[in-house]
Design a protein around this ligand. Structure first.
Ligand SMILES: NC(=O)c1ccc[n+]([C@@H]2O[C@H](COP(=O)([O-])OP(=O)(O)OC[C@H]3O[C@@H](n4cnc5c(N)ncnc54)[C@H](OP(=O)(O)O)[C@@H]3O)[C@@H](O)[C@H]2O)c1
Length: 206
């Protein structure tokens, strides 16, 4: 697949490495522009290129949003993500790294409102980047879950394939509201490296 990455920092670069290794084409972007991504592109090889944000979104089947929450509003083009599957990896932290109170909404519902044409799936936000970088495995029984939530079933199936390609076990936990809540900082599935059976037990007991 053609993968777009918006925000090539710790989490964006980690996802880019995992997906390039799995054979996908990765279109990387950040706020400073393609020239600042030369080293990362060289590291990833011929399946990667650096592009402006708009290209990363336009030419990709699936685009990852991996910018700090406080920068969401700087991505102002509301039609940028028309019909693209947008994987929201963000967590709603303030500049001071405090969890923001979003009221009844989950952060991904706010992302979906910001990009109304995108098919938003919440995923890859619960594990620390080093866990993602190092704990992927081919051994199915040992895989850690990457929970995902969304309102578009087909989009979730596509993102589940990508999670598997990275060596993790996709666990669909529902809609952006219900599932997304469990994925938020401080909630049940946040920052918990769990196998599928451990996660299912935890969800049953909750
Ligand atoms: N770090 C983790 O372990 C982790 C785990 C799960 C989820 N997350 C979430 O992932 C998101 C990114 O975190 P991070 O730790 O990867 O942050 P980071 O290392 O600071 O990287 C942020 C990236 O976003 C880019 N960026 C900022 N504003 C942008 C814009 N308007 N357009 C395009 N690119 C922009 C930055 O580009 P420049 O450098 O060019 O400014 C940088 O490449 C956050 O929402 C965080 O909560 C992080």
């Amino acid at each position: 697949m053609q993968i777009g990455i918006i925000g090539a920092g710790r989490i964006g670069a980690t996802i880019a490495r995992l997906l390039a290794r799995a054979g996908h084409h990765v279109n990387l972007s950040n706020s400073r522009g393609p020239d600042s991504l030369v080293c990362l592109v060289q590291e990833l090889g011929s399946s990667a290129r650096a592009v402006p944000v708009s290209i990363a979104a336009e030419c990709s089947d699936v685009t990852f949003l991996a910018v700090p929450w406080t920068n969401l509003q700087t991505l102002s083009d509301r039609f940028l993500f028309a019909d693209v599957i947008l994987v929201d990896t963000t967590n709603p932290y303030s500049h001071e790294f405090e969890v923001l109170d979003l009221g009844e909404c989950t952060s991904s519902e706010i992302v979906a409102r910001h990009f109304p044409s995108a098919r938003v799936v919440k995923a890859f936000n619960t594990l620390y980047w080093e866990t993602l970088a190092t704990r992927g495995t081919r051994h199915l029984a040992h895989r850690l879950i990457v929970p995902l939530a969304g309102n578009d079933v087909v989009a979730k199936a596509t993102v589940s394939e990508l999670i598997s390609d990275c060596g993790f076990a996709p666990l669909d936990i529902g809609t952006l509201r219900e599932g997304g809540t469990l994925q938020q900082p401080g909630k049940l599935l946040f920052n918990r490296p769990l196998t599928v059976s451990e996660a299912k037990k935890l969800l049953e007991s909750a």
